[in-house]
Structure formats: C-alpha cells, structure tokens
Design a binder for this molecule. Structure first.
Ligand SMILES: [Zn+2]
Length: 424
C-alpha cells in the first residue's frame, strides 16, 4: 500500500483545475507519463518525496477523508495571504475591499441525487439542484476571487419534496433561500475575516433592511442595485428629493466617449419590515454612449459627493457584474468545468468545488499578474495575446508541467513575486 502526503494530494487535485483537465479521469491520461517531469514537479510543489503518481480515485478518496471544510479553510488561507501581503490593496474603495454576492447553479441532476437537493418543478419535468451563493472579491480589472461559498440546500432531515402548492413561485423559494443563505455566508465571512472591511455589492434582492442591518453589524459598507419594486417608498422619496437637489450632479466622459451623468441624494430614511430605521444614500447614473442609453441606480452607506460618485459607481456598483462574467461564466466555460459533477458524494463534490476556487485564484494571479505581463510587454502584446486564448494558455501550462522541470528560481520568493498590474 502506498501512502500519499496530504500536500501531495492537494496539489494533485489543484492541478486538475490549474491545468484545466476537465474531468478527474483526465488526471490518469494527461499526467500519467512517468518518463516526463510530472512526478518530480508535483513533489517539488508539495515538498514531498513520493515515488509514484496516484490514480484519480485516490483523490476522491482523500477528499472524502479530509472533508470539504478543510478545503474551504485552505481557500480562505490563500485569500488571507493575498490580503496580508497587500496584493489586493489597489482594489480598495475608501478602505474597503469590494465583494460581490450572487447565487449560481452549480450541479443539476435529473433524479434526486441526495437528501439536500433543492427541487425545481418545471411544467413537464422536475430537476434537482445544488446552487451555491458566492462572495467574490471583484475589481474593474476583471478579478473575481472567491472569499466565501454557501451551498443552498435543504437540511438533511427534510427528505420529502416540499409542498409546492403552498408556494407562490419558484422565484419566491429561490429568493427566500438566497437571503437565508446570505445570512449564513455573512456570518462565516465575518468569522474568517474579522478585521477586514468589505463593501458588499449585490442585485436589488439585497437592497433591503435585512442586508443593511447585517452590514452595519459587521462594519461593512455596501453598494447595492436599487430598483423601484424592491423598496417602493424609498424609491419614491429618492425621486422626489432628486428634483430638490439639482446641485448634486456630476457629468463625466469616459475614454470611449460614453457620457455619464451622476445625480444623488444623501440621508434617505428607510423603515424596513421589522420596523428598523436605516439611513442610506442613493446614486443614479444615466449613461449615453455607443451602447445606447442606460440608467443605473445604487443604494449605499457611503455618503455621496462630487469626490466619490465616480469611484462608487465604477469600483463597487458596476464591478458586481464581474461575479457573473469573470466568475461564474469563466468557471463554467473555460475548462474549469464548474457544472461537471467531479463526484456524486455530497461532501466530496463540495471539496472539488473549493479546489476549483483555489485553482481559479492561482490562474487569475497567473493571467493578470506581473510575471506574464512583463513578458507580454517585451513582445508588445497582452498576456492572452502571447498565447491566443486562455484555453491555449492552459495547454501550454500543461506542456510545461509535463516536459520541463520546475526551476529553482520559481521557488525564490525574492525573484518570483507576483504583483497585480494597474491596468486591465
Ligand atoms: Zn443532491
């Protein structure tokens, strides 16, 4: 029997995603060849002396043993290290790290897969879902780093299909689940990052008293999408006060000739359904440019002025979409295969989920970091331009990992520091 070191197996699992192999079985095909440098390179990364490569089942078995919370912790430690080393400081808005919160489909099964599945009843069929609520650090460059994940699921004792006739719509179920999951997510973020000040971004579902209260309790800021339907009285007050404060106005022109007109109102009072009074500020941005006319509105705890409205909109309000574009879409469609069931065991599939998040963090540092950018600048191009696409970049990384020995220089922290670059 061969015993593998924990670090070796963690790296083995991370390579599955860093090298975008797409499925567990590919570990056996793509990283098998002992005559290449694979074994030696994994040993070098892990600081181990294994004399053979494991098979892919060893990885699932290992993840089943360590459990998903250990991998979640590893993800948290990686992000904490980046924050401590000030790698992410340029993303800060008034001292806070902007994080976006949103839910996404993760796994979908045609038949009940476990006791925790959420049931989605379509007209002609039923499916069984495992959605996840993510908090990701986002910035205008396109970063989307996972800081917290809350799996939206039924508690284990509830194995019966919920009585859907008592529920008005699936949307109600989903929204209810998402805000409940957010309360748990916020709690765990506070535990893991007790001193870190965040600025929360989210869609209009989050623009409500529950979320204002959670943010106030945790000393976090927020910039949330503001829509008339979510809090109608607050929206009406905003509209009427806008007319009375013509001085709260700023127009700018973006490099692509888009005209932006910001208007805002400070100190709006909102009484929530629990009778709590919140003081909030609201910002409207009317845009006209090549993409046509668009209007955006946000509700925030940042007091607004000529000095900060542009930054609030660009660094917190608008980057919220990155969680969808740079976060979920890339994890689903770029070879990371987020929606692939790497395991059917409910806890092992979460462990794989965290490995994917850590690998995506590494890949973002690789793709957006200074090492590749410096090289690209020498060739008068961008990091992606060097290779053609992110997909080819992953293939080259795999080639290098198989055919070349990792050099000493890669492990010298003084020579091999990654900085995030200023421009996108
Ligand atoms: Zn399930």
């Amino acid at each position: 029997m061969i015993t593998y070191h924990v670090r070796f197996l963690c790296w083995w699992g991370l390579l599955l995603f860093c090298l975008k192999l797409g499925s567990r079985r590919e570990l056996d095909y793509q990283l098998r060849d002992l005559e290449f440098h694979v074994l030696e390179n994994v040993n070098r990364l892990a600081g181990t002396k294994q004399d053979s490569l494991p098979v892919n089942q060893t990885l699932s078995h290992f993840l089943g043993h360590v459990g998903s919370p250990a991998l979640a912790q590893l993800r948290t430690d990686c992000v904490r290290r980046l924050i401590r080393n000030k790698v992410l400081d340029s993303t800060r808005l008034q001292g806070c790290f902007p994080i976006a919160v949103d839910g996404t489909g993760f796994l979908v099964f045609k038949e009940r897969h476990c006791a925790h599945c959420l049931v989605h009843q379509h007209e002609s069929y039923t499916c069984y879902l495992h959605p996840v609520l993510e908090a990701k650090l986002v910035d205008p460059r396109g970063l989307a780093l996972s800081l917290g994940s809350e799996f939206i699921e039924n508690p284990s004792e509830q194995t019966q299909t919920p009585d859907l006739s008592t529920l008005t719509s699936y949307e109600t179920v989903k929204q209810d689940c998402e805000l409940k999951a957010f309360a748990r997510l916020a709690q765990s973020l506070k535990e893991h990052f007790p001193q870190t000040r965040f600025c929360l971004g989210g869609d209009s579902l989050y623009a409500c008293g529950t979320v204002f209260s959670i943010c106030a309790r945790h000393h976090w800021s927020y910039v949330l999408t503001f829509k008339p339907g979510r809090t109608p009285a607050l929206w009406e007050e905003f509209q009427s006060l806008l007319k009375l404060s013509p001085e709260n106005r700023l127009t700018t022109t973006l490099p692509d000739k888009t005209q932006q007109c910001f208007r805002w109102v400070n100190d709006l009072k909102h009484e929530d359904d629990q009778g709590r009074i919140h003081t909030v500020h609201a910002l409207l941005c009317e845009e006209s440019g090549p993409a046509g006319k668009q209007t955006f509105a946000w509700v925030t705890d940042f007091r607004l002025s000529q000095k900060n409205v542009c930054a609030v909109a660009s660094q917190a309000g608008r980057v919220r979409w990155n969680i969808e574009n740079q976060g979920f879409n890339i994890q689903k469609n770029s070879g990371l295969n987020l929606e692939h069931a790497y395991s059917t065991d409910p806890d092992v599939m979460k462990a794989f989920y965290y490995l994917l998040q850590i690998a995506h963090l590494f890949l973002q540092m690789f793709e957006m970091g200074s090492l590749l950018r410096d090289l690209a600048q020498k060739h008068d191009t961008t990091p992606v331009g060097l290779f053609g696409s992110l997909k080819i970049m992953a293939q080259r990384l795999l080639d290098c990992f198989r055919y070349f020995q990792l050099g000493e220089a890669a492990f010298e922290t003084s020579r091999c520091q990654i900085r995030l670059c200023d421009s996108g």
